[in-house]
Design a binder for this molecule. Structure first.
Ligand code: ZN
Length: 199
């Protein structure tokens, strides 16, 4: 959490790291594993030196992600595994996996090598666009025009937030088909069998 400088919350949690400026303090509680590194140490860190481009970094481009999807290290792996692999792209969590596949119109069992060039392009676009929209809106990945309509109808955030994630057996916003929930690699994955047709 970030608070006014030197102002601490009442908590039983253990303060592990604090960074102070004249105006603000950034406080990290209850973290189990912390390393504080200089820039040049990042290049030699066993995990951080190998992570993929950060989807929220302005330097990460759609073109770069599209090229990465076609690299030999990645293109025969299932997209459901790839999208959660921080060595492919960093910053994608489990809900974004379902949302990106839906927005790109790609069935969750496919690998990049099974996709058309248009699907690769859409996957790359959505892998950048959705995390950024989510970051700016506090976690909303659904179409923002639709969100405004659903809000007007009185729906709560949990109901309008996602395209498909956590919407098992509810009608797809685009076509009305029931959303399917699958368990892939021990993590929940949701998709629309009509919008994400299996070729
Ligand atoms: Zn659909």
């Amino acid at each position: 959490m970030v608070r006014k400088a030197q102002s601490y919350p009442t908590t039983n949690r253990q303060l592990r790291l604090a960074i102070h400026t004249a105006k603000k303090s950034a406080l990290l509680y209850s973290a189990s594993d912390i390393e504080v590194l200089w820039d040049d140490q990042l290049d030699h860190h066993p995990f951080l030196s190998r992570i993929g481009p950060d989807v929220l970094s302005p330097e990460t481009t759609v073109k770069q992600v599209a090229q990465r999807l076609m690299e030999t290290a990645f293109y025969r792996r299932r997209l459901t595994t790839l999208l959660l692999d921080q060595q492919f792209l960093s910053g994608l969590g489990n809900y974004l996996r379902s949302e990106i596949l839906f927005a790109a119109g790609v069935h969750p069992t496919l690998r990049p090598v099974d996709c058309t060039p248009a699907q690769i392009q859409r996957l790359a676009e959505q892998a950048i666009a959705l995390p950024r929209q989510s970051y700016e809106t506090g976690g909303i990945t659904n179409d923002l025009g639709r969100v405004a309509q659903l809000k007007e109808q009185g729906l709560t955030r949990s109901k309008y937030r996602f395209y498909v994630f956590s919407r098992a057996a509810q009608p797809c916003y685009q076509c009305g088909t029931s959303i399917i929930k699958d368990q892939i690699g021990g993590r929940r994955c949701y998709y629309c069998p009509t919008c994400q047709i299996h070729p």
